[in-house]
Write a new protein. Structure first.
Length: 233
């Protein structure tokens, strides 16, 4: 295998993580006979310090040309000034929107050695195997913003296409696993959550009729489903 991989160490613990990731890639290449071309680029606070921008055009260009992109971390106390117009996190959000990275996939499989570190009882963790799919390019982070000395506003806005592409990805993953999909929302309060629920129910019925889906309200930690009902069977 040949692959061009962009490394974005970023800030904080990012460079330390990336150093180990690079070592692992080199070992994989040596053992498997692969050829990885590794290129480092700036993002976040490191990019601000060097170039005055959290996401330089050189970084975006390299990411678009790459076969894979590895990101460490962005931000830290050094750049954490509320009055700053340029922030490291803008690099992360810009990377998401520029590359169309709309879905974050987070596998959840607790390791028995870590059961004792969880606030949940060990018996509740046994056999847990799921994937959290998080929407990344809409909502509050990307909505219209207003920031005045005595007032601030972040608009949470979603469209049907934005929701459908995330739900479709989640349903595809569910179908390849146990065929179960859960939407966690706040439909009892938020209009956007009610839209999410309507779109999810409609899409699952049309495109994934054999999957079992349900919706539940989100609650403060520890999160439990306070309401669940089947969407389709």
């Amino acid at each position: 295998m040949q692959a061009d991989i962009v490394l974005l160490p970023g800030d904080g613990i990012g460079p330390e993580i990336m150093a180990q990731a690079e070592a692992a890639l080199n070992d994989i290449a040596a053992v498997g006979g692969h050829q990885f071309k590794l290129v480092r680029r700036l993002i976040g606070g490191a990019a601000i310090d060097a170039l005055g921008l959290p996401l330089p055009s050189e970084t975006i260009g390299a990411c678009h040309q790459a076969d894979a992109v590895l990101l460490g971390a962005v931000g830290g106390p050094r750049w954490d000034r509320v009055d700053s117009k340029i922030r490291p996190e803008q690099g992360l959000l810009g990377l998401r929107s520029n590359m169309g990275l709309f879905a974050n996939l987070r596998p959840v499989t607790p390791h028995p050695a870590l059961f004792g570190a969880s606030p949940l009882k060990p018996e509740k963790l046994e056999g847990v195997d799921l994937i959290v799919v998080r929407e990344l390019t809409g909502g509050l982070y990307f909505g219209r913003k207003l920031e005045l000395p005595e007032q601030a506003e972040d608009v949470c806005s979603y469209s049907r296409p934005e929701i459908e592409r995330v739900v479709r990805r989640a349903a595809e993953l569910a179908r390849a696993r146990r065929g179960k999909l859960t939407l966690v929302d706040k439909a009892n309060v938020l209009a956007t959550s009610r839209l999410w629920r309507r779109v999810t129910e409609d899409l699952v019925r049309r495109e994934f009729p054999t999957s079992t889906s349900r919706s539940c309200w989100s609650t403060p930690w520890p999160c439990t489903c306070s309401r669940a009902r089947p969407i389709s069977t």
